[in-house]
Design a protein. Structure first.
Length: 124
């Protein structure tokens, strides 16, 4: 029922990716937003929501064209929707959300982190 190319995309993005992929992707998005003159930040959505709810009547900070920031609200909603999809449809076969490689565990232990399987690593 699901097209084959969608299954291939799901399989591709479900594979472990190198740790260094996130930084360049975030930088690319930030440079594109700067290029197009957009402000970005999840916390900026609080200002937009307050302005939409009438906070401009009480503080000048909220007196701006909040409707022009609708795209930013869509990014926040997309992040929440993406988190939902990842948590419900992209789990590993045994139900774990993320696997930490043994090499990473050993590297963290080597610099003083204490890590036990299934727990959050503690900073020394």
């Amino acid at each position: 029922m699901v097209p084959e190319f969608l299954l291939q995309i799901k399989d591709f993005i479900s594979q472990p990716w190198p740790w260094w992929v996130a930084g360049p992707m975030i930088a690319l998005i930030m440079f594109l937003l700067l290029w197009f003159g957009k402000e970005f930040g999840i916390s900026a959505n609080f200002r937009v929501m307050c302005a939409a709810d009438g906070a401009g009547d009480f503080a000048d900070f909220f007196k701006f064209d909040w409707q022009s920031q609708g795209w930013n609200l869509m990014v926040a909603l997309g992040a929440m929707f993406g988190g939902y999809l990842a948590a419900h449809y992209f789990l590993s076969a045994d139900g774990d959300i993320a696997h930490i490689s043994q090499a990473t565990v050993e590297s963290l232990k080597g610099i003083g982190f204490q890590y036990e399987q299934g727990e959050v690593p503690l900073v020394p």
